[in-house]
Design a protein around this ligand. Sequence first.
Ligand SMILES: [Zn+2]
Length: 210
Amino acid sequence: MQTQSRRLVENLLDKEALVFPPPKRFDTLRIEAAVKEILAAIGEDPEREGLLDTPARVARMLKELTAGHGADPVKELSCRFVEEKAGLVLVKDIAFSSTCEHHMLPFTGVAHVAYLPQDGQITGLSKLARVVETVSKRLQVQERMTAQIADALEALQPLGIFVMVEAEHSCMVLRGIKKPGSATITTDCRGIYKQDSQARSELLTLLNRA
Ligand SMILES: [Zn+2]
């Protein structure tokens, strides 16, 4: 019986796998040339010793920070189990660092990810952190990142999804209005957590527990 339902889950997964566009080629040499150009444009000497390796370093860094482009976070959820009595699953304080697409500066914080399984369909706990990691390694806005985590969780067909992201944006700390310590909170509630305010407030109570 259990094997049967697991097979069913796998079949559903194959059919519903989201198709992502293949990643465009990461052009290291082009980035290195562009960084050199920026250094010159701000009045620096790209040939001075301290800056010689900077274009290559920046290119390596950007490759790491954008590794989630073209990657499908749903793939992280392909490991499924059926645990018939499973109730709410909540993973709090998943630390992440992402890159704001408006300024290409980091925003860092934590994501809290919850879902209420349907018919006991669950995934590994660490997989939720991997979903957060994949979508954070893209040029992002926090609102879209929050929704992309929730979108990925839809693959589990849960009864409810709740995602909350709390972050500090370097672009608000280092420049412009310069407000260190300000936290931006975004949420995405779906299913029972959207429709049922009591279910949502129970979840918020759990989140607020130290
Ligand atoms: Zn920004």
